[in-house]
Design a protein around this ligand. Structure first.
Ligand code: HAM
Length: 583
């Protein structure tokens, strides 16, 4: 088939990013509102941190050697910022008190705010006079600035009665030439001051994850001083320059939680780990995710890890060459990364490597045993995966991932990306970022992956009901009934039942109205001349095929009773649940 020529210049979303559109966004909203409601029950409050941060936050927090920091971050140098204050202070320093006898800052001259009015003694045509200068500080001179200054000078001359009023635009000049003043046009001068008047640019990164940002905020706002355990959650986009595929995007969304605080707040307790994991199990169940699995491990304290990494390095040295190139590099730079490699040819080799569990000190072992005991007591099923070390450097002790059945199984909807969420403890992160001791634990759910899983696990019927099915479609007969139709829609929408209502157009033929209505609404309400004069409306319910005449006073209640979607803010959830149970 011949392909249609594409109009040139068609713009598309950037690779790895995507638009989320209705009705799918209804599912996103439902997921987020369910998460919010579960988090509220467990005492979490929302935190919103900036989407970009100083690059060094991630370099220090997540780790220079991690894939995220070494390969995947969107980083740029923010432009140098002109520092007007510095230029101004320097200018004032340059002129001695003798020459300049007075100054006022930020004076309104005409319509222009002038930074400085300075007065000095000068000589004009052989006469010693008092010269008033209006000074503006600018990084570059544009005609607009000259015009502004000129009109300010004129205005000042008229209102002050002074004859010698000059305008000066002071601009920074990096080159090491002497400062100079030259006349630009009559009465307006440009003064070039040599020196460095720009603040150095900052390296900025779009956040690839949110834990480092949360801990930065914890430190910056002294949240530890409250002595309380901070239980925080976030929902927002993250950015990683990964190879896009199903379930892996360059802008993706995370729903995450962080629990941290001073040791005295109980932040180090294994109970916190178990509670976070139990909450996750509750959330996934409430969302209706089927077949999830919790994989758990302990990577020990920072010292345990250091010891284990050395053992691993030694174990890898003689067999390194048998691994794929990526793993050979990791064996050198970050041996722990070898453990979570997905390369199929390396799996047998990896299974033969020493296990971290054998290198934990007693306190880490005890901590992990207590996490497991608390999970057993609350009935959360898990498997221990000794290879689960996670791809971020801040983890200590408990690490975990929740997966759904992996690739090939349509229940996951995730392609080869089967980690729905990941998390763990980060007892030293606050100190790594220059903060006080503040052990913590958290997780982040890949919301895109959660949605894909829900979509794959729910059948077509349930997916349909996630869309905003309208209660009624109002079909005016004849354009002269359009206004009455809109008035009726308003009553139904804003009345006690708060119905979801769509209004057609009287110029449509009735057949077209029926076709449109049947796609988006449970009922169609005919608004014709007869209906309006009798206040008795014809309603057809698509589910049953019944057509009835209903008095206006009972219309809203009738429509509601004939709608297949419950009239309840949680309607989608209710519908999901009942639908899920019946399949
Ligand atoms: P993470 O394992 O890097 O951990 O990411 C958490 C989840 O985000 C993953 O399990 C996955 O579902 C999702 N995810 C990651 N990258 C992508 C991507 N490119 N496209 C779609 N989804 C993705 C963290 O980010 C840690 N901050 C979690 C944490 C919080 N640990 C302690 N507190």
């Amino acid at each position: 088939m011949p392909t249609q020529p594409k109009p040139s210049g068609t713009l598309k979303a950037v690779r790895g990013t995507r638009d989320l559109l209705p009705p799918e966004t209804a599912l996103w909203n439902r997921v987020e509102s369910t998460a919010r409601s579960v988090f509220a029950r467990y005492g979490f409050g929302e935190i919103r941190t900036p989407i970009f941060e100083d690059t060094s936050l991630f370099a220090r927090g997540v780790g220079e050697e991690t894939d995220i920091v070494s390969k995947e971050m969107y980083t740029w140098d923010d432009r140098d910022r002109f520092d007007e204050r510095r230029l101004r202070v320097r200018w004032l320093e340059m002129y001695t008190r003798d020459e300049y006898i007075g100054s006022r800052s930020n004076v309104k001259a005409g319509s222009a705010e002038i930074d400085l009015v300075a007065e000095r003694r000068g000589v004009v045509e052989g006469q010693e006079v008092l010269i008033t200068e209006l000074v503006e500080f600018k990084p570059e001179v544009r005609q607009f600035d000259v015009d502004r200054l000129t009109s300010a000078v004129n205005h000042f001359k008229e209102t002050s009665g002074k004859e010698h009023v000059l305008g000066k635009l002071v601009v920074p000049e990096k080159r090491n030439t002497a400062s100079s003043v030259k006349e630009l046009q009559h009465g307006i001068f440009i003064e070039q001051l040599t020196g460095e008047f720009f603040l150095q640019s900052q390296r900025i990164t779009l956040r690839p994850e949110n834990t480092a940002g949360v801990v930065r905020a914890y430190i910056e706002h002294n949240l530890g001083d409250t002595g309380q355990l901070q239980k925080l959650f976030y929902i927002g986009p993250q950015f990683r320059r990964e190879r896009p595929q199903r379930g892996r995007y360059r802008q993706f969304w995370q729903i995450g939680v962080e629990v941290l605080g001073p040791v005295s707040s109980g932040s180090e307790s294994p109970l916190r780990d178990a509670e976070v994991l139990e909450m996750l199990a509750t959330l996934l169940d409430e969302l209706g995710i089927q077949g999830w699995k919790l994989e758990l491990n302990s990577v020990g304290s920072a010292e345990d890890r250091k010891r284990y990494v050395e053992v691993l390095r030694q174990a890898l040295a003689p067999i390194k060459h048998q691994f794929c190139l990526d793993n050979q590099r990791r064996a050198q730079t970050n041996p722990l990364r070898v453990l979570d490699s997905k390369d199929p040819d390396d799996q047998a080799l990896i299974d033969g490597l020493p296990k971290i569990a054998d290198y934990l000190d007693e306190s880490s072992r005890n901590h992990f045993a207590q996490v497991c005991a608390a999970l057993d007591a609350s009935g959360v099923v898990y498997t221990i995966n000794p290879r689960l070390v996670r791809g971020l450097d801040y983890y200590t002790r408990t690490t975990f991932e929740f997966t759904v059945p992996s690739s090939g199984d349509p229940a996951s909807g995730l392609g080869t990306q089967n980690a729905l969420l990941g998390g763990g403890r980060y007892d030293g992160l606050s100190e790594m970022l220059g903060g006080p001791r503040a052990p913590g634990i958290g997780f982040a759910i890949g919301e895109d992956r959660l949605i894909l899983t829900l979509q794959a696990q729910f059948n077509a019927v349930s997916a349909k009901y996630v869309s905003y099915l309208m209660h009624a479609y109002i079909a005016p007969i004849g354009a002269h009934n359009n206004a009455a139709a809109l008035a009726l829609a308003r009553e139904l929408r804003n009345g006690a039942n708060g119905l979801r209502v769509e209004v057609g157009d009287g110029s449509f033929r009735l057949k077209k109205s029926f076709e449109m209505a049947s796609k988006i609404a449970s009922n169609i309400v005919i608004v014709g001349d007869d209906e309006l004069s009798s206040n008795n409306f014809t309603v057809k319910t698509f589910l049953t095929g019944n057509q009835t005449k209903i008095d206006k006073s009972e219309l809203a209640a009738f429509i509601l009773s004939q709608s297949s979607v419950p009239n309840d803010p949680e309607w989608a959830q209710d519908f999901f649940k009942s639908d899920r149970e019946s399949t």
